[in-house]
Structures are given as structure tokens and as C-alpha cells.
Write a protein that binds this ligand. Structure first.
Ligand code: BGP
Length: 487
């Protein structure tokens, strides 16, 4: 049933998204063990677009996290203190009219080492309180089980997801969550941006190349990815069995890529980028490794160890919907003269037709519509945009934050969403990335602000943590109240 005035369905789930490791803080309180995120430092004054630089990692980081040293170097350990302030923050989200809130559960708050004899009751209670508070405000929880915050001890013991034992640990953790929250949560996501294991093996899967045998680095990442595919399918099986009416989604970084020219070489290179991006959703939605990916792995000499029954598990327990993040489109070129975007190999070459954010992310609202059409045409599964937004250096002027640029970003993307819906795409909802300013995943900066709500904290942790409504807060409140009619 469509809302007669606009393309958005009557019960469209408007909301926002955060992640435990970027918002909660309280990194070692109430029994929580160290997560891999607690070992990610911040390198002050790095070039804003030097994405990899901020993720720099060393044995010192690991030791600091395992032994609680040097808190000030690790911004994700403090987050924005959501752990203690969530009631006030939820009241602000409810004031905006949010109908859904995407959050993640920090695995190490439930199982501090990942393999503890019993779960940590204080951790379980925190999330029960959080979900009950959300429901008090009629906010639907959308819960990610793994969002870059696996127990650091599993990384140290097994080199993360490379080892099959981590599958068992994750399935056990997921079942404890399903049992405890079955009356509170019905929308679940298994792995955040499961494809990002190739870009950030440590934060995504606790894998460190120095712990792999020489020459086995890439193979270990694919082995870890396979284990995550199996774990995701088993968790989907158990969620459906334990929570009637529950819906489980996969989650993809949608990296829609254009050829820089119509030169066939550019078109072929781009096609291969897009085929690679579909690999992850093909496995989790179609239930099998795509033939071209299997052949590519063979040609590269990458042998994944599968246990008997793995392929049946993948085929039997596919997800109910496809969720994805979209921030930008990418452009691919085989020509040596194409200008590449500095400091971030993921971003590819510059698209001469698009503006970019201060972090070099190319802003492309039409790319969101293209992504929606592509994904729906390929899978005919309900879609959910669970991350989209503009990271920007907001500033306070006379006590206000005039972020018209963020309003423009969202307005142009919502217009494209509405067109896609009107052209037949089934879109369940939209959760903006960063309902509230939180610590950046890639750079660990506070400077890279996404929220409708400003948080008084700088990159070094100075500030009152006071929350301030930005201009975009009032604008989004109006959009939600009108179900997308009043943009
Ligand atoms: C995605 C992550 C989110 C979020 C987003 C923005 O990859 O799923 O956690 O952080 O990126 O990235 P960043 O915070 O680096 O700007």
C-alpha cells in the first residue's frame, strides 16, 4: 500500500544507524573484553584522505588493548559515551521521529574472550535495557551482530576468522542474543559490510597478515570470508527457528562503479569490479559461490577449505533481505593518465562529473538509484539502505550548526530513492549513517561528522560531549513526519 502523496510506502522505516564500537565507549567496563576496534589508533594531522594511514596497526596497539594501556590514543574506546547517555540520545532520535534505529551488539560485551564458559550478564542486560528503551519510544531495533568489534582475544588466538573455531564461537554468541532478545528484536543483520574483509582484514575479521604463513595472506582472508559466510547462514537458520517472524539481512558495501570511458578495456575492468561486488550478496542470497568467482579463485591459486556440508548450509539458509551502505559511486579506468584519488586506493579515479566530500568521496545521488535498480533487478529481494550520509567538518556558529550541505546531500538522495520505488524497487527503509556524530570507522576521527546531532568532542577527546541539534535535525524531522513528501 503506497502513501498516495509520495512514492514512499506507508510504513517506510525512516531512521538512523550507529555502531557499538564507534558510539558506546565504556570499552572495558562491566565485564566487556577488548574488541579489535579498541586497538585502532588515531594518527593526528594525517592527510584527511589518508584512509589507510589512520588504520595503522602494530603489536603495541594489541598490547595496549589487551592490557588497557594508553586509552587516549584510541578514540573508539571512548566513542561518544552512548553507553551511559543512550536514554537521552534515544529521546533525541524519537524527537526526530525515527521509526527504526540500527545499532550493533559488541560481541566482547557478551563474551569478553569470545569463548568464555558463560556470557557476561552485565553485557546482556545493557542491550536488553537499550532495546526496551527503544521500544518505549516506538523505535524498531535493527541489530547488527558483527560490526567491526569482534573479541580481540579471538584475533590473537586464531588469527581471527581464519580458524574454523570462530564459526562456532559466533554461532554460540548469536544464539545467546536470539534467546535473550527474541521478544524485543525482529530485524537482524549478520556481518556489517562483509566484503570489507579484503580492505580491512583486522577490523572486519581479526586477521593480521603478519600472523599468516608467507604467501598465504590472501588465501587466509578468503578462508576467513568463507567462515563468515557459513556463520552467517547458521545464524540465519537459528534466528528463524528461535524468533518466529524474524527477518535476517546480509549487508554489503555497495561500490557501484562506472567506466571512465566507453573504451572496451574500461568497460571490462568495470564489469569485473561490479561482479566482484556482487560476489558477497550472491552467496548470501542465491546460496552459492558464483561460477566466475570460483574460476577466478582457481586461476589465482586460492584454495578455500570447505567442510562437508558447507555448501548445503549456504544453499539452505539464505537471508530474507539485502541491506547495504552507499556513500558514493566509483569510477574505473585502464588508462594511465586517469587521475586517481589520493590517499585512498579504494576510491579509484576521479569522476569529472561529480563533486567530492572533504574526504574525497564522490557525491552521486543518481548512483544510489542505479544501485537500487541493479540490486533489485538481480535479486528481487526487499532492500534496506542501512548507511548513507555525508561526512563533513561541521562548525558551530552562534550556537547553531548550519549544515545545509548535509540537507542538500540527503534531499538529492531521497529524490532518487523515491524514483527507484516508483519504478518498482521494494525498499523497506532508510537508516542514515550516524544519526548522531560518532567516531569515524576509517579514520578514527571525530572531525568527520555525519550526524543530525552534533557532539561536542574533538579528535583528541576534548569536549563536554554535549549534544546539539543541527539544522538537519529539524529538516529530517519534517521529512519523516511527511513520509518523504516534504523534502
Ligand atoms: C562504513 C562503516 C560504518 C561507517 C561508514 C562511514 O564502512 O560500516 O561503520 O563508519 O563506513 O565511514 P567513516 O566513518 O570511515 O567515514
Amino acid at each position: 500500500m503506497k502513501d498516495t502523496q509520495s512514492g514512499f510506502p506507508e510504513h517506510f522505516l525512516w531512521g538512523g544507524a550507529i555502531a557499538a564500537n564507534q558510539a558506546e565507549g565504556a570499552w572495558n567496563l562491566d565485564g566487556k573484553g577488548p574488541s579489535v576496534a579498541d586497538a585502532i589508533t588515531y594518527k593526528a594531522n594525517l592527510d584527511l584522505t589518508n584512509y589507510e594511514g589512520h588504520m595503522a596497526l602494530s603489536d603495541q596497539n594489541i598490547d595496549d588493548a589487551l592490557n588497557g594501556h594508553n586509552d587516549a590514543l584510541y578514540p573508539k574506546r571512548r566513542g561518544i559515551d552512548f553507553y551511559h547517555r543512550y536514554k537521552d540520545d534515544l529521546a533525541l532520535f524519537a524527537e526526530m521521529g525515527c521509526k527504526v534505529l540500527r545499532v550493533s551488539i559488541a560481541w566482547a560485551r557478551i563474551f569478553p574472550t569470545g569463548e568464555d564458559a558463560e556470557p557476561n550478564e552485565a553485557g546482556l542486560q545493557f542491550y536488553e535495557d537499550l532495546f526496551r528503551e527503544m521500544r518505549k519510544h516506538q523505535i524498531e531495533p535493527l541489530v547488527t551482530l558483527s560490526h567491526y568489534e569482534m573479541p580481540l582475544v579471538l584475533s590473537e588466538k586464531y588469527n581471527g576468522w581464519v580458524h574454523r573455531n570462530v564459526v562456532d564461537a559466533f554461532v554460540r554468541y548469536s544464539n545467546v542474543c536470539f534467546d535473550r532478545y527474541k521478544d524485543l528484536v525482529r530485524y537482524w543483520l549478520t556481518f556489517n559490510e562483509i566484503d570489507s574483509i579484503h580492505r580491512h582484514p583486522f577490523t572486519t575479521a581479526g586477521i593480521r597478515h603478519e600472523k599468516s604463513a608467507p604467501g598465504r595472506e590472501t588465501r587466509d582472508v578468503y578462508q576467513g570470508l568463507h567462515h563468515q559466510f557459513v556463520a552467517s547462514a547458521l545464524a540465519t537458520r537459528d534466528c528463524h527457528a528461535k524468533i518466529p517472524g524474524s527477518q535476517v539481512g546480509c549487508m554489503l558495501t555497495k561500490l557501484t562503479t562506472y567506466p571512465r570511458t566507453c573504451h572496451p578495456a574500461d568497460v571490462e575492468a568495470t564489469l569485473k569490479k561490479n561482479i566482484e561486488n556482487y560476489f558477497y550478496t550472491d552467496v548470501q542470497i542465491r546460496g552459492a559461490y558464483p561460477p566466475l568467482i570460483k574460476r577466478d579463485l582457481e586461476l589465482r591459486g586460492i584454495q578455500i577449505e570447505m567442510q562437508p556440508g558447507d555448501e548445503d548450509i549456504l544453499r539452505q539458509y539464505t537471508v530474507d533481505f539485502l541491506s547495504f551502505s552507499y556513500y558514493m559511486s566509483l569510477t574505473e579506468s585502464t588508462q594511465p593518465d586517469a587521475e586517481r584519488i589520493a590517499g585512498n586506493t579504494v576510491l579509484g579515479v576521479k569522476n569529472p562529473y561529480l563533486p567530492a566530500s572533504e574526504w574525497g568521496w564522490q557525491i552521486d545521488p543518481v548512483g544510489l538509484k542505479i544501485s537500487l535498480l541493479e540490486l533489485y533487478d538481480r535479486y528481487q529481494k526487499p532492500l534496506f539502505i542501512v548507511e548513507n550520509g555525508l561526512g563533513a567538518k561541521d562548525s558551530i556558529e552562534d550556537g547553531k550548526i548550519h549544515d545545509g550541505y548535509r540537507i542538500d546531500y540527503f534531499r538529492s538522495h531521497f529524490e532518487q530513492m523515491e524514483q527507484a520505488i516508483n519504478e518498482g524497487v521494494e525498499l523497506m527503509g532508510f537508516t542514515s549513517w550516524g544519526t548522531i556524530d560518532i567516531i569515524s570507522a576509517g579514520t578514527s576521527q571525530m572531525t568527520k561528522r555525519y550526524g543530525f546531532i552534533y557532539v561536542d568532542q574533538d579528535d583528541d577527546g576534548n569536549g563536554s560531549l554535549a549534544r546539539l541539534r543541527k539544522d538537519s535535525f529539524w529538516w529530517y524531522k519534517k521529512v519523516i513526519a511527511s513520509n518523504g513528501r516534504d523534502l
